[in-house]
Design a protein around this ligand. Structure first.
Ligand SMILES: NC(=O)c1ccc[n+]([C@@H]2O[C@H](COP(=O)([O-])OP(=O)(O)OC[C@H]3O[C@@H](n4cnc5c(N)ncnc54)[C@H](O)[C@@H]3O)[C@@H](O)[C@H]2O)c1
Length: 252
């Protein structure tokens, strides 16, 4: 069983975010063919960078919750590459969330976080699944969060949305398994990304590191290497699973 992603066609949502960009770089270096989507126009530059390096990518700036746009995006990718082998659901609202008691979360923000983080994951996956069903193969990787396992305070909507992603992973794995399609989930701990470091103190980072068995934070590259494993044939018999990647802070 190979970890080789050469020639695999992989859709990446949130491709213009910090983890998304790094992920695109790694997947392109592995010679995967990429379909990239993000709300921001920057996704076009991310795709251009892939092309400059001799890789292959199609991109679209779209809201992951817009069914028509996402259907058009998936169709574009299929038209260009003729198959769809993987989906990596990274897009989420995390950056910019303010820590608040759950009673203080504005209803509009509550709805938006659940919409993007849950419905967006559903929409991209459901648009890609029919192509994978015809191929009788495919791998879907969802990004949850280790906050689900210890109930991080101050972001109830985010924690609720990422808990839903865990449940969706299992239910999707049940429904898609008979078609040879695998669905797995990664639950990252706190990562030293801009989106995290702009909202938490050095003191809190120190506390997190001190309580992790490996005395460190996981890095975005650790998450991407795990995603690579799930997207590749090396994880051929693994489905419905969630892997916590956090330096050993949460043990199941
Ligand atoms: N950074 C962390 O510490 C951490 C920890 C655990 C889990 N995660 C998860 O990892 C993933 C990436 O995190 P990140 O730190 O790179 O965040 P990020 O904010 O840099 O990336 C998220 C991307 O999603 C895109 N996006 C948001 N709403 C969208 C929409 N409606 N349609 C399309 N795209 C949309 C954003 O434009 C952005 O590019 C997220 O799922 C996040 O919840 C992050």
């Amino acid at each position: 069983m190979s970890e080789n992603l050469e020639g695999k066609v992989i859709l990446v949502s949130g491709a213009a975010g910090e983890m998304g960009r790094r992920c695109v770089k790694l997947l392109a270096a592995e010679k995967a063919k990429l379909g990239l989507v993000d709300l921001t126009e920057d996704v076009k530059m991310v795709a251009e960078d892939v092309l400059k390096e001799g890789g292959d990518a199609v991109s679209r700036s779209a809201d992951i919750c817009n069914e028509q746009e996402i259907r058009a995006f998936v169709n574009d990718v299929f038209e260009k590459f003729g198959r769809i082998d993987g989906v990596l659901n990274i897009a989420a609202i995390y950056r910019g969330l303010v820590n608040r008691d759950f009673g203080e979360i504005p209803a509009k923000e509550w709805g938006k976080v659940l919409d993007v983080n849950i419905t967006g994951t559903w929409i991209l996956t459901k648009e890609a699944a029919p192509f994978m069903k015809k191929q009788k193969a495919g791998s879907i990787v969802n990004i949850s969060s280790a906050t689900v396992f210890f109930g991080a305070p101050g972001m109830l909507h985010y924690v609720a949305s990422k808990a839903a992603v865990l449940g969706m992973t299992k239910a999707m794995a049940q429904e898609l398994g008979p078609y040879g399609i695998r669905v797995n989930c990664i639950a990252p701990g706190l990562l030293p990304t801009e989106s995290s470091l702009e909202r938490i103190s050095d003191e809190y980072v120190g506390k997190i590191k001190a309580t992790a068995a490996l005395r460190k934070l996981a890095s975005p590259d650790d998450i991407i290497e795990t995603a690579k494993f799930f997207l590749s044939d090396a994880s051929n018999s693994i489905t419905g699973q969630t892997l916590i990647v956090d330096g050993g802070r949460v043990f199941l």
